[in-house]
Write a protein that binds this ligand. Structure first.
Ligand code: ASP
Ligand code: MG
Length: 455
């Protein structure tokens, strides 16, 4: 079996769905489990609907709900112009989901239900149900015997409704049974990314962009021979092609490099995608559904990967936090107290630098940092500075480390915080720069390392 995950743009229109299903058709011998995201923009619409409901804005919610219904009915009509049976089936599945959403919205607006995280997650997850049902009908109508599976039968998590943490053990127990049963009478199985069922039995989600993670977890659970992540770029690139010119496709990277890149700002994969694949050593391919014959990127065990610089990535919304104590006490005490406060406030720390007088760190957590600073201010002086970005150069082995350092030397010299992390599988040189100049900085470093011409 293989897992094929298609993101929002790969299922975002009639043309995209047709292309996507054509790709799946070419893989039927391998028994594909197709994992889909919501059509592009739909999850944004759903988040807007739950915000509108929270604010009691009935008109905004109704308008968006009508738009949602229309978008899916129109796409279904375009996909199924001459198959009345599957078209009616698709209409009825779409209508059921939209009706339930509308009823839910009416209850909230009528004051019978209060919006909270649990209810928000119920709304946010509907996009994947809409797309997977619509595409299932289309696949069957074009002669691919496809079974629809509710991912909530196996994608179990803790009780965090909006950022569920998967219970891998339980998923590994349940998922193969559900998928095997679905294949009994089908050539392909389709299910949803992003959605989960929480420990208390609620309808949760894994967090924005979580479909990649879903695909990788499913691949791990069913021992897939390959996990394919289909997006709208030609695989993993040496930098973000929307921000940097002359980027190039990376043909092979290691799990560790891919995980570092995702964690340090490369927008290709959800940062947690790699973990489940690594645990069973399943190759992950990143492919372009707009260019299905392209080679994409293969993510493999480090042993199969050559040494060298792989990518330059950036995170553009970094806060630099300085913590110091007016009276000198042991640094270790300051560290212990500070990190306890950060953990309590759920702030994720990125880079850290400790000097005898001060502790410096970066974070991209915007939500919780104020609360953390408040806690820290009880025992130390703390400042949170905005307006920074962070650049990371990632590769394997130290052979080109000198080159990478040289490429970044001007930026490194002026950086308030820089770090080199290095082990057998990757090198990560990260440093903080002023946000205002980060795009030019990344471009310069990229050009230095990879040249101007496409090789
Ligand atoms: N539809 C969800 C989102 O937009 C999950 C995903 O696309 O991966 O965040
Ligand atoms: Mg997506």
């Amino acid at each position: 079996m293989i897992v094929m995950k298609f993101g929002g743009t790969s299922v975002g229109s009639r043309e995209a769905v047709e292309r996507t299903v054509g790709i799946v058709r070419g893989r039927l011998q391998e028994r594909p489990v197709v994992v889909v995201s919501a059509m592009s923009k739909v999850t944004d619409m759903l988040y807007a609907i739950s915000d509108a409901l929270e604010a009691g804005d009935k008109d905004a919610a109704d308008l968006a709900l009508a738009e949602l219904r229309q978008k899916h009915l129109e796409t279904a009509a375009a996909l199924l112009p001459s198959d009345p049976i599957w078209r009616e089936e698709a209409y009825s599945r779409i209508s059921d989901i939209c009706d339930s959403l509308q009823n839910f919205a009416d209850e909230v607006i009528g004051g019978h239900l209060e919006m909270d995280k649990r209810r928000k997650a119920i709304i946010d997850s509907k996009g994947e149900y809409l797309s997977s049902n619509m595409i299932c009908c289309y696949m069957n109508s074009v002669g691919i015997r496809t079974e629809w599976v509710d991912a909530r039968e196996f994608m179990l998590t803790d009780n965090d409704y909006l950022q569920g943490v998967p219970d891998m053990h339980e998923i590994e127990r349940r998922c193969p049974k559900v998928i095997d049963a679905a294949f009994a009478a089908a050539e392909a199985v389709i299910t949803q990314g992003f959605v989960c069922k929480t420990a208390d039995g609620s309808e949760g989600v894994l967090g924005r962009g979580g479909s990649d993670y879903s695909a990788s977890i499913i691949g791990m659970a069913i021992d897939a021979s390959r996990i394919e992540i289909w997006t709208d770029v030609d695989g993993v690139q040496s930098a973000d092609p929307r921000k940097v010119s002359n980027t190039r496709r990376i043909s092979r990277i290691s799990f560790e490099e891919a995980a570092e890149m995702a964690a340090y700002g490369a927008k290709v994969l959800h940062p947690k995608t790699i973990e489940p694949a690594v645990s069973k050593n399943i190759p992950v391919m990143v492919l372009n559904s707009m260019n299905p014959d392209g080679q994409g990127t293969v993510i493999l065990q480090s042993a199969f990967i050559e040494d060298g610089v792989r990518s330059v990535s950036s995170k553009e919304n970094i806060r630099l936090v300085r913590v110091s104590q007016p009276v000198m006490t042991a640094v270790s005490e300051l560290l212990t107290a500070t990190f306890a406060a950060l953990a309590e406030s759920r702030v994720k720390v990125d880079l850290v630098k400790v000097t005898p007088r001060e502790l410096l760190f970066t974070t991209d957590s915007t939500d919780y940092i104020a609360a953390a600073a408040q806690r820290i201010s009880a025992f130390a002086k703390v400042s949170v500075e905005d307006g920074y970005a962070q650049i990371s150069v990632i590769g394997k082995n130290i052979s080109e480390l000198k080159l990478a350092l040289k490429a970044a030397s001007a930026q490194l010299r002026n950086s308030p915080l820089a770090s080199v992390a290095q082990n057998d599988s990757y090198v990560n040189i990260s440093f903080v720069v002023p946000r205002a100049g980060v795009r030019e900085d990344v471009q310069k470093i990229h050009t230095y390392l990879f040249g101007r011409e496409e090789r």
